[in-house]
Design a binder for this molecule. Structure first.
Ligand SMILES: *Cc1c(COP(=O)(O)O)cnc(C)c1O
Length: 391
């Protein structure tokens, strides 16, 4: 059996649900994404039941699909936005400004003013210049301060660019009331697809330290924003959501005792990742030389068509073929004329040797950071299409 193609489908989806999606997808031209809306809803409920005291601010960038946003609005979710375009998008879909956090620390003055004019009163910041811009363009608003984390333990670290050292943050906290703003809380992001739950421990302790330091100056902070980082189900397994929840509750109570501050979460990948199946077709199979043991399998979806998180092979999607039989180790690449459009070269995916042109491959866990990342028209290929399965 060892050299036979094996794939534990049930780890990602029930056979019944897969058959449903396959049928739904049958007559559609590849490549495209199918978003299983019920799955997003299930992930939302899972997180709420794990951390019932927390408010969820869905990170819109992970998957801004209209049906996803509408469903979350109906469920009472809040939203973390990064731009005025995301703001307009979610307001048009029924979100109200009191449920919005402007979480990007990099913003133009006029965009802050625009968000303020639409009713947004909660802003993230990590620098003095940004704080001043908020004070001027969104007077009286609540601000929360993002601390730097190092992103270790994460498959997709994103921390270096955002956040500031606690000493810098401390100064900003003291400055906020002088500028007429309400210093409201502390935030961080431990890095996306974070496997090491201990990363929250250290960050939460830093929050507590800042709470205490601010209090000594008569400033009462009220909120801790635990950011994103909660994992989706890729090839390499992670701990259960319940384990993340239990550990995080332990860290919080160790530092803050029984009366916790207001707790916010900003899940993106966790909420949308598992809900997506990207369906692609084999365009070409070739071999670079007679002697080379690997075949190159070129697909109609690549780095520019939604799979940019294969950069440095950081995110390893589970890839399923319905064929069976002996395996062939393959190098997977996309269809465009840019030579960086290779998905996996170090990691040799074992796929059925009988795979042929025209066969479909199913990339699981592609609901987050795929469609929103796909390029406009590189080489003329249109951006990744998405269909939503609503029932
Ligand atoms: C991207 C982002 C998130 C979502 O991160 P995930 O790891 O996908 O959950 C949350 N908060 C902020 C500020 C972000 O930039």
């Amino acid at each position: 059996m060892e050299n036979q193609f094996q794939f534990d489908l049930e780890r990602y989806i029930s056979r019944e649900r897969f058959d449903r999606i396959k049928k739904f997808a049958e007559d559609k031209e590849t490549p495209f994404l199918v978003i299983d809306l019920a799955k997003v809803e299930q992930k939302y409920d899972e997180l709420i039941s794990t951390l019932p005291f927390a408010k969820i601010y869905y990170a819109v960038k992970a998957n801004p699909n209209e049906s996803v946003i509408r469903m979350l609005v109906a469920k009472g979710s809040c939203f973390d936005i990064a731009s005025i375009y995301e703001l307009d998008h979610i307001l048009a879909l029924g979100a109200t400004p009191d449920r919005v956090s402007y979480g990007n620390t990099i913003k133009k003055a006029k965009d802050i003013a625009y968000a303020y004019s639409k009713g947004v009163r909660l802003f993230a910041t990590d620098s003095e210049n940004d704080l001043k811009k908020i004070a001027k363009n969104a007077p009286g608003s609540k601000v929360f301060f993002r601390i730097l984390t190092d992103g270790s333990g994460a498959d997709w670290p994103l921390s270096r660019k955002f956040g500031a050292h606690p000493d810098t943050i401390y100064k900003l906290i003291l400055q906020a009331p002088e500028l007429g703003l309400e210093p409201y809380g502390i935030s961080f992001h431990v890095g996306s697809q974070q496997r090491d739950i201990g990363q929250w421990d250290h960050a939460i302790s830093t929050c507590k330290y800042l709470f205490d330091s601010a209090k000594a100056e008569g400033i009462e902070l009220k909120m801790v924003n635990l950011g994103g980082g909660f994992p989706a189900n890729y090839i390499s397994p992670t701990k259960e959501t319940s384990v993340y929840g239990a550990e995080i509750i332990r860290f919080l109570t160790e530092d803050f005792g029984e009366t916790l501050p207001e707790i916010l979460l900003e899940p993106g990948r966790f909420m949308a990742g598992d809900a997506g199946i990207l369906i692609t077709e084999v365009v070409l199979i070739s071999r670079k030389s007679e002697a080379n043991q690997y075949s190159w399998v070129y697909l109609d979806a690549g780095k520019f068509g939604g799979l940019i998180e294969t950069l440095d092979e950081s995110i390893k999607y589970p890839i399923y073929s319905e064929k069976s039989g002996p395996i062939q180790e393959t190098i997977l690449a996309g269809p465009t004329c840019d030579s960086m459009d290779i998905l996996y070269e170090n990691e040799k995916y074992a796929l059925p040797a009988s795979l042929t042109e025209g066969d479909r491959l199913y990339f699981f866990t592609t609901g987050a950071y795929t469609q929103s990342y796909s390029s406009v028209c590189f080489n003329g290929f249109p951006p990744l299409r998405a269909y939503v399965l609503e029932d």
